[in-house]
Design a protein around this ligand. Structure first.
Ligand SMILES: [Zn+2]
Ligand SMILES: [Zn+2]
Length: 147
């Protein structure tokens, strides 16, 4: 068990994990209430800006952004709010990466962990044809020498 100081109210509490690393259970509860409030607010004010939400709901912008990164908050397409893809910097509405970067990462992962059979088949075929070319050249050389 780990005893920590709550960042919000300063009380000591037993840290048991979870997404709010620096908050005591009391403050986590009020933060969850805040989250519900912000979510409702966004639903009703689809074009609200980040400072506006922060001011009207009395929540720090960093906290709102964290919820967005955790994919707990979603903004509508007509919302002016966007955050940067952590990889390429393109504007996204939720999460950490844009769809393109997510795709790229999934591909890298599947390359690493799964045998992509169509790809390795193609690679093998390429190698075979290279070898065939080489062999036939060698064969031709041999034939030429024998002449
Ligand atoms: Zn607290
Ligand atoms: Zn990206």
């Amino acid at each position: 068990m780990e005893v920590r100081n709550c960042k919000s109210c300063g009380r000591l509490y037993n840290y048991i994990g979870g997404s709010y690393k620096n908050l005591c259970p009391n403050c986590v509860n009020s933060m969850e209430d805040k989250f519900a409030e912000v979510r409702d607010y966004i639903e009703k004010n689809r074009v609200a800006t980040m400072p506006q939400i922060s001011k009207d709901c009395d929540v720090r912008m960093e906290q709102i952004e964290r919820w967005v990164r955790e994919e707990r908050l979603f903004f509508s397409d007509d919302s002016p709010i966007g955050i940067d893809c952590e990889s390429c910097g393109v504007t996204i509405k939720s999460g950490r990466y844009c769809p393109a970067c997510k795709n790229k990462m999934t591909n890298v992962l599947s390359d690493l962990y799964h045998d992509d059979s169509s790809r390795s088949d193609r690679a093998k075929t390429d190698n075979d044809s290279e070898r065939t070319k080489f062999l036939s050249r060698e064969f031709i050389d041999k034939v030429n020498k024998q002449k």
